[in-house]
Design a protein around this ligand. Structure first.
Ligand code: SF4
Ligand code: SF4
Length: 358
């Protein structure tokens, strides 16, 4: 995993792929997968592939802070591109204390060497929040607080990718009452490009897709929460296959009722899909096998700021949340849908009463 070449001596990704015996057809398939995932037009694949081949293989420093390793667990389950493909052909992962063989002082020495040799050029990936109370004393490593480590690593980074709800927004550690004063990377670092890839955990293909697209074309278009629009441009609700039931006012009322068995909308069971921006409904999880709503559970909004503090996961979305997310239009639609559901329920009750009377 070690990289001893300064970046300007690094081979291009195309050269590495050639050495690894990755054929043109395979490489184009790889690029087509990524551009499709990012909803780029098919005609853009050739230009994307050309830019990616010409890019130099970057040094990547992966720093964990106050985290649970769930984001890395998720990353190792990426199918497009698979993590080993990403690591061996596309990036030089110079520090990640979970994946690397070196430990302790040797690992820290490797990190410092990579940061020095690639100063201004490396990509810094962070997961976990950064505790700020009592001068950051809640989180330390190698004799330094996480605040110091982040500031040091950020200084020479070309860009920072904050993966997971914690690195992006503080996550579970920042939930009320936030005892450690946990914050996200963007709360502390203001002078470097930051790309947030939130989620608890984030989608593996989104993490690898963001990295690869950054190499090909730099920092992508971001939304107001610094999330790449290519993956976080639509709500879960916009793309949900249960949407047709929502629009018809057909809602499951419990997880084991007739509506649930019929696959009806989970809005009344607390689904946060209407206010959550992520790609689960299109890319899905585990290589496209399924995703939470398809498995019968509502979205809990894990890619949004403050998702732990936005009310019970099984309470229908509040008007306040809709308002906060600037989604008055969806709120109005929800009102219509809930109204429709109420009318539907009333019709059913009337029918049942009529049946009982007969
Ligand atoms: S509320 Fe949830 S289950 Fe219903 S359509 Fe929207 S995302 Fe799908
Ligand atoms: S469905 Fe919602 S809660 Fe589940 S992973 Fe996707 S964004 Fe997160």
């Amino acid at each position: 995993m070690s990289n001893k070449n300064p970046r300007n001596q690094q081979p291009t990704i195309g050269e590495v792929m050639d050495q690894a015996g990755v054929g043109r057809r395979q490489f184009m398939k790889y690029c087509a997968g990524i551009t499709a995932m990012m909803a780029m037009p098919p005609l853009s694949t050739a230009a994307f592939a050309r830019d990616l081949r010409a890019a130099r293989r970057p040094s990547v420093i992966y720093m964990p802070f106050q985290e649970c390793t769930g984001c890395l667990e998720s990353l190792t389950r990426s199918f497009a591109p698979a993590l080993e493909n990403l690591m061996f052909n596309t990036i030089s992962l110079d520090y990640n204390h979970t994946l690397q063989a070196a430990a302790g002082e040797a690992a820290e020495a490797a990190r410092h060497a990579a940061m020095e040799e690639n100063f201004g050029e490396y990509v810094l990936i962070c997961d976990g929040s950064i505790p700020t109370k009592i001068n950051g004393a809640y989180g330390t490593s190698d004799g330094h607080t996480f605040i110091q480590q982040l500031e040091e690593a950020a200084e020479g980074a070309a860009a920072i990718v904050a993966v997971g709800a914690c690195a992006a927004f503080g996550g579970v550690a920042a939930a009320h009452p936030n005892p450690t004063g946990a914050v996200g990377v963007a709360d502390l670092i203001k002078d470097r490009p930051i790309i947030n890839v939130p989620g608890c955990p984030p989608m593996p293909e989104v993490m690898t897709g963001v990295l690869v697209s950054f190499l090909a074309s730099g920092v992508p278009a971001l939304d107001k929460h610094l999330r790449p629009k290519a993956f976080f441009g639509d709500t879960i609700h916009d793309r949900c296959y249960r949407r047709r039931f929502y629009d018809r006012g057909l809602f499951a009322k419990s997880f084991d009722d007739e509506g649930a068995r019929n696959g009806w909308c989970l809005y009344e069971l607390g689904c946060r899909g209407p206010t959550t921006y992520n790609a689960c409904a299109t890319i899905k999880w585990n290589g496209g096998a399924s995703w939470p709503v398809e498995a019968g559970h509502g979205c809990i909004g894990c890619s949004e700021p403050n998702f732990w503090d936005q009310g019970g996961f099984y309470e229908p979305l509040s008007a306040k949340l809709f308002e906060e997310r600037g989604q008055a239009a969806v709120a109005a639609a929800a009102g219509v849908a809930v109204g429709a559901a109420a009318a539907y329920g009333a019709r059913r009750r009337q029918k049942k009463l009529a049946g009982d009377a007969e």
